[in-house]
Design a protein around this ligand. Structure first.
Ligand SMILES: [Ca+2]
Length: 163
């Protein structure tokens, strides 16, 4: 019964999105995946909201083993999403682009460590998450983490499409 009412709520939200003729897409969550190194954890937490023409939210990502720790802010410009609308043109549950800042932002000598762009693709496979097929895929372009990527199933936590 609870699941059915949730499903009806999701359908109503989808209808509102379609009715307004603009894309909307909100995902949030937190948890951990296997490190890109194949050993240890990469943890994350985020909320990301796209309601055309506005993209808001933030994300924290920390691959403890790889030494990759970043604060990410989504933007509505830069890399494009498949030629479709800003929020509705993606095939997954949550595809976001934006800018990242390495954490800490300065090295031990006080010099700024350059940031760059990020791309994150989040799939909500069900609840509670770790056993239901939720996935998290992140990639960095430019800056100190240029070329880093990690694409895994969740091993703990949950990601959820909210709209
Ligand atoms: Ca989920």
């Amino acid at each position: 019964m609870k699941q059915m009412s949730r499903r009806i709520g999701a359908l109503l939200a989808a209808a509102v999105c379609m009715g307004s003729l603009v894309g909307c897409n909100t995902v949030e969550g937190g948890g951990w995946i296997l490190s890109a190194t194949g050993v240890g954890k990469a943890t994350f937490g985020f909320w990301l909201r796209c309601e055309e023409p506005t993209v808001t939210g933030e994300m924290q990502y920390n691959d403890h083993e790889a030494g990759v720790k970043a604060h990410c802010i989504p933007t509505s410009s830069g890399l494009t999403i498949g030629g479709g609308s800003l929020c509705g043109g993606n095939s997954g549950n949550g595809l976001y682009f934006g800018n990242y800042t390495p954490q800490p932002p300065k090295d031990k000598d006080g010099n700024l460590r350059p940031g760059g762009r990020f791309r994150v693709d989040i799939h909500d496979g069900g609840e509670p998450g770790a056993d239901s097929g939720d996935t998290f895929a992140i990639r960095f372009f430019g800056g100190v983490y240029d070329g880093y990527s990690n694409n895994r199933r969740l091993l703990g936590g949950n990601v959820q499409r909210v709209d």
